[in-house]
Design a protein around this ligand. Structure first.
Ligand code: 13P
Length: 380
C-alpha cells in the first residue's frame, strides 16, 4: 500500500486525537451520570420518612424460620411468602426499597408476573443481597469473615440488568472474651469497602452492613466501644477504596447491651448511646443510616428508632431510618404459617409494622399505635 501523503497522515492523526478526546468526554459524562444516579438512588432510599424492608434471607435462613412454624421448606413456599410481602397493599407508603435474595429476584408471582416488576410497579426500589455468607476466619477462633468478592463484578452487572439499583453485604462481628480482634475487624472492613466500590462502578448503591451481634453478656458500653471501632475502620477502608460516601447507605446495629447482660438499658439510653457513637464515627456526607433490627422485638426496634429521632433528628447530618427484616416480617410470618387463608391478615400485620417504623422515623411512634390494629388476630 502506498504511503499516505503528509496531509493525509496529519488528518488521520487529528481524527484519532479528536476520537480520543470525545471518548474521554463520553467516559467523563457517563461517569458523572453514574455518580448522579447513585446519589439520587441513595437519597430516595431514605426520603419521605420511608425505610428498607430486608427480605433477603438465604434459603437456609428462610427454611429455618419456616421450620419453626411448620411451614414447608420448598422453593414454592418461599416464592409464595415473598409474593405475599411485595403484594401487600400500600407497602410503598412506608417502604422505599426491598432487599431480595438471588432466588427471589428471578421468581414470578403465581400469575407469571416477575416479582421485580411487581416491586417497581409499587414504586419501590429493588435491591439485592450479594455476599455469600459469613464463614470462619482462619487463625481467629470464634470469628467470621464474609465472603463473596470472587466474580462479584459480573454478578453485579447481571443484577443491574435485571433491575436492581442497590445491593447489600453483611459483615458479622461477634463480641466475646478477647474478641473482636483487629484482624477480624480489618478483614471485614476491607471486604465491605471492596464490595462497595464494585457496586458503585456497576451503578448500584451499596448498603454497607457491619453488624455487631447482640449475642452475649457484654454491656451497653462494650457494644458502643466495639461498634465505634468497627465503624471507624469501615470508613477508613471506604476512603481507601475511593467509595463515594454520598452514594451509599450505612446499615449498622443499634448500640445495645448483650442479650444476656444483667443490666439491660432503657429505650432512651439505647438512643443516646447509639447516636453518640454514630456522631463520632460516621461522616456527614453519608445520606442515611438504616438500622438492622438484629433480633430485637418488633416493638422495641420501633421504640428505639423513634427515641433517636425524637431526641436528635433536628441535629443530625444524616437521616436515621430502618432496614429491618425480622422486626417488620416476623409478626406477619407467624400469622401466615404457609396458609392461603391467612395471606390478608399477614399483609395487614406487615403493613402495620412498616407504618409504625415510618412513624418512628418522624418521631411520632408510640405504644398506643400497637393496640389499634389487632386486625391480624381478628382474622386469625
Ligand atoms: P434483621 O433486621 O432481622 O436483623 O435483618 C436485617 C438484615 O438485613 C440482616 O442482614
Amino acid at each position: 500500500m502506498a504511503d499516505s501523503s503528509p496531509t493525509e497522515a496529519t488528518g488521520f492523526r487529528h481524527r484519532r486525537e479528536i476520537a480520543v478526546i470525545l471518548q474521554k468526554f463520553t467516559n467523563e459524562e457517563s461517569s458523572q451520570m453514574n455518580t448522579q444516579n447513585l446519589i439520587d438512588t441513595a437519597s430516595k432510599l431514605v426520603a419521605s420518612d420511608k425505610g428498607l424492608l430486608a427480605m433477603d434471607e438465604s434459603n437456609p435462613t428462610c427454611n429455618k424460620r419456616f421450620a419453626k412454624l411448620g411451614i414447608p421448606q420448598t422453593v414454592d413456599a418461599r416464592r409464595a411468602y415473598r409474593e405475599l410481602i411485595i403484594t401487600t397493599p400500600c407497602l410503598g407508603e412506608s417502604i422505599s426499597g426491598v432487599i431480595l435474595y438471588d432466588e427471589t429476584i428471578r421468581q414470578q408471582k403465581k400469575d407469571g408476573t416477575p416479582l421485580i416488576k411487581v416491586i417497581t410497579d409499587a414504586g419501590i426500589i429493588p435491591g439485592i443481597k450479594v455476599d455469600t455468607g459469613a464463614k470462619d476466619l482462619a487463625g481467629h477462633p470464634g470469628e467470621k469473615i464474609t465472603e463473596g468478592l470472587d466474580g462479584l463484578r459480573d454478578r453485579l452487572k447481571e443484577y443491574f440488568q435485571m433491575g436492581a439499583r442497590f445491593a447489600k453485604w453483611r459483615a458479622v462481628i461477634i463480641v466475646g472474651d478477647g474478641i473482636p480482634s483487629r484482624g477480624c475487624i480489618e478483614a471485614n472492613a476491607q471486604a465491605l469497602a471492596r464490595y462497595a466500590a464494585l457496586c458503585q462502578e456497576a451503578g448500584l448503591v451499596p448498603v454497607v452492613e457491619p453488624e455487631v451481634l447482640m449475642d452475649g453478656a457484654h454491656t451497653l458500653e462494650r457494644c458502643r466501644e466495639v461498634t465505634e471501632e468497627v465503624l471507624r475502620t469501615v470508613f477508613n477502608q471506604l476512603y481507601t477504596q475511593r467509595v463515594m460516601l454520598e452514594g451509599m447507605i450505612l446499615k449498622p446495629n443499634m448500640v445495645l447491651p448483650g442479650l444476656t447482660c444483667l443490666k439491660q438499658a432503657t429505650v432512651d439510653e439505647v438512643a443516646d448511646a447509639t447516636v453518640r457513637c454514630l456522631l463520632r464515627a460516621v461522616p456527614a456526607a453519608v445520606p442515611g443510616i438504616a438500622f438492622l433490627s438484629g433480633g430485637q422485638s418488633a416493638e422495641l426496634a420501633s421504640a428505639r428508632l423513634n427515641a433517636m429521632n425524637v431526641r436528635f433528628k433536628s441535629r443530625l447530618p444524616w437521616a436515621l431510618a430502618f432496614s429491618f427484616a425480622r422486626a417488620i416480617q416476623q409478626p406477619a410470618l407467624e400469622i401466615w404459617q404457609g396458609k392461603e387463608a391467612q395471606v390478608l391478615a399477614a399483609q395487614q400485620a406487615l403493613f402495620h409494622r412498616a407504618k409504625c417504623n415510618r412513624a418512628a422515623r418522624r418521631g411520632e411512634y408510640n405504644a398506643a399505635m400497637e393496640s389499634i390494629p389487632q386486625l391480624a388476630k381478628i382474622a386469625a
